[in-house]
Design a protein around this ligand. Structure first.
Ligand code: GLA
Length: 357
């Protein structure tokens, strides 16, 4: 059997942050950075996995004996474990992974790894899985096997979004709509150099706070609180009221961002980006000083409609909505200004290096 090749992109979320685990709306699109998987079926039931990131020795395990705690291979083990849970039978395989999606920058490197692996496995074993099925399996691998209680945005984006097609996604029904980005809009993504991880700590505590807010309000999820019901949040303790206000207002901003994109109203899109950042910074408290600085520098550039922290936060990257054709210039200027004021180097992720002029 010939070697099978598959790949999947990282994603940048345009707007709709920390809404997915409360059944809300998100609007991510794919980035040029991708994870590549090359798979060869074996005649036994062993899996051997190599990653160009972590040296030349493979990590090995037997199908059916997946055990958490093996580092990056947990994502692969999670995938084979989920497929077995679904009753899908595999044989062993050798898997070679290569990726240019940076880890810890908020571009969903783990989702790209899961979806690339799942695509290779789907082809190799001819599995009857749709792209939405792949996203669901990838998310389950991460939540139930790896133990990071994430929502489904990243896996849906990696499986279904395009680089110039934002995915407007209802994370409750998983209904989605692909929204083409207008030509007059360029996206810039810049990494602050402060890295995060979501398996523990602050991401989990935000999730718990949002669940507690929903419980006290008597709704299944904060998605069930519409924007005109905001006054209800006054009944919550102040901290939980702020957390809930972020999610309720953010859902409204995603819906309005969808309309703004469809209408080509980039000024409104930019305002929504800025308001989203302020809400993440002040109400949800998932930003850090370095990221706030990047956003301020970005929004003071000519030709920038708006900017915000993208991804789970506590570091990571910003996404900037800039005028069509200005991406390289905006990115270079923000990077240069940041090294002066922050004394730290920011990395331009989009435009990808080969697209920078
Ligand atoms: C991480 C998670 C997503 C989502 C974002 C925040 O990327 O994987 O499910 O919760 O954080 O919007």
């Amino acid at each position: 059997m010939p070697e099978i090749h598959a790949d999947a992109p990282g994603r940048v979320n345009l707007i709709g942050e920390h809404t997915d685990y409360q059944d809300g709306f998100v609007l991510p699109c794919a980035v040029p950075q991708r994870t590549y998987a090359a798979l060869e079926i074996r005649s036994d039931s062993r899996v051997r996995a190599w990653s160009t990131h972590v040296g030349s020795n493979p990590v090995e395990y037997a199908l059916g004996e997946e055990t958490r705690g093996a580092g990056w291979v947990d994502y692969i083990q999670g995938v084979t474990w989920v497929l077995a849970e679904r009753g899908l039978r595999l044989r062993g395989f050798d898997l070679r992974i290569r990726s240019d999606v940076p880890v810890g920058s908020g571009l969903a490197s783990s989702a790209a790894l899961e979806v690339a692996t799942l695509r290779a496995i789907r082809t190799a074993f001819d599995l009857p899985l749709s792209d939405v099925d792949l996203a669901k399996a990838a998310q389950r691998a991460e939540t139930d096997f790896v133990g990071a209680p994430v929502g489904i945005m990243d896996q849906m984006a990696s499986s279904l979004a395009g680089e110039r097609d934002a995915l407007f996604l209802d994370t409750r029904s998983l209904q989605f709509e692909r929204i083409p980005l207008p030509d007059r809009l360029d996206l810039v993504v810049i990494d602050s150099g402060v890295t995060h991880q979501h398996a523990g700590g602050e991401y989990v505590s935000r999730r718990h706070e949002s669940e507690e807010a929903a419980r006290l309000l008597g709704v299944a999820r904060l998605r069930d609180i519409a924007i005109d019901a905001l006054p209800r949040l006054a009944a919550l303790p102040p901290l939980l009221a702020r957390r809930a206000r972020h999610i309720v207002t953010e859902n409204d901003r995603v819906v309005r961002a969808r309309s703004a994109l469809l209408a080509g109203d980039l000024a409104t899109l930019g305002h929504l980006f800025n308001a989203s950042h302020a809400s993440m910074r002040d109400d949800y408290e998932v930003s850090v000083a370095a990221v706030d600085r990047l956003v301020e520098l970005a929004t003071s550039q000519r030709g920038v409609f708006g900017a915000r922290l993208t991804g789970g936060g506590f570091g990571g990257a910003v996404v900037i909505a800039a005028a069509g054709g200005s991406a390289s210039e905006v990115a270079s200027k923000v990077q240069a200004a940041y090294s002066v004021v922050a004394g730290r180097r920011a990395t331009i992720l989009v435009p990808a290096p080969q697209e920078m002029s």
